[in-house]
Write a protein that binds this ligand. Structure first.
Ligand code: THU
Length: 131
């Protein structure tokens, strides 16, 4: 299945009664498998989770840790960029060169690399005591 199809389909299942803004995300791993996730909002607003977080959780639950491509889609006038927190979550499992496609349900799309979305990322090297 293409990432576009997976993201479009999973978006339909989003639980977004508070924002009314359904998001779908799909990621492909180094093994070629596709994992999808949607946003899951909560009446206690800060407890809601983003579509990207859901897709990443599904990937990790399946025992995979290597994102080679990702796709995010929403019904918005312009392609939706991942939020700041999701950029960091993607960077945990995706190299700086990995392409993230941001799309609208109407058919617009833009692509950016993880590195361009999260310049100056916090990495494990920043925790090195002799760094
Ligand atoms: N949202 C995502 O799921 N991913 C993004 O990249 C941007 C925002 C969700 C969170 C919330 O449920 C809704 O969109 C409005 O912010």
């Amino acid at each position: 299945m293409t990432l576009k199809t997976a993201a479009r389909q999973v978006r339909e299942n989003a639980h977004a009664p508070y924002s009314g803004f359904k998001v779908g995300a799909a990621i492909r791993t180094g093994k070629g498998n596709v994992y999808a996730g949607c946003n899951v909002e909560n009446v206690a607003y800060p407890e809601g989770t983003c579509a990207e977080a859901g897709a990443i959780a599904a990937m990790v639950a399946a025992g995979e840790y290597d994102i080679v491509e990702a796709y995010v889609i929403a019904d918005s006038p312009a392609p939706v960029p991942p939020c700041g927190g999701c950029r960091q979550k993607l960077a945990e499992f995706a190299g700086a060169d990995v392409q993230i496609t941001m799309a609208t349900t109407a058919g617009r799309s833009e692509t950016a690399t993880v590195g361009s979305l999260l310049p100056g990322a916090f990495t494990a090297s920043h925790m090195a005591k002799d760094g």
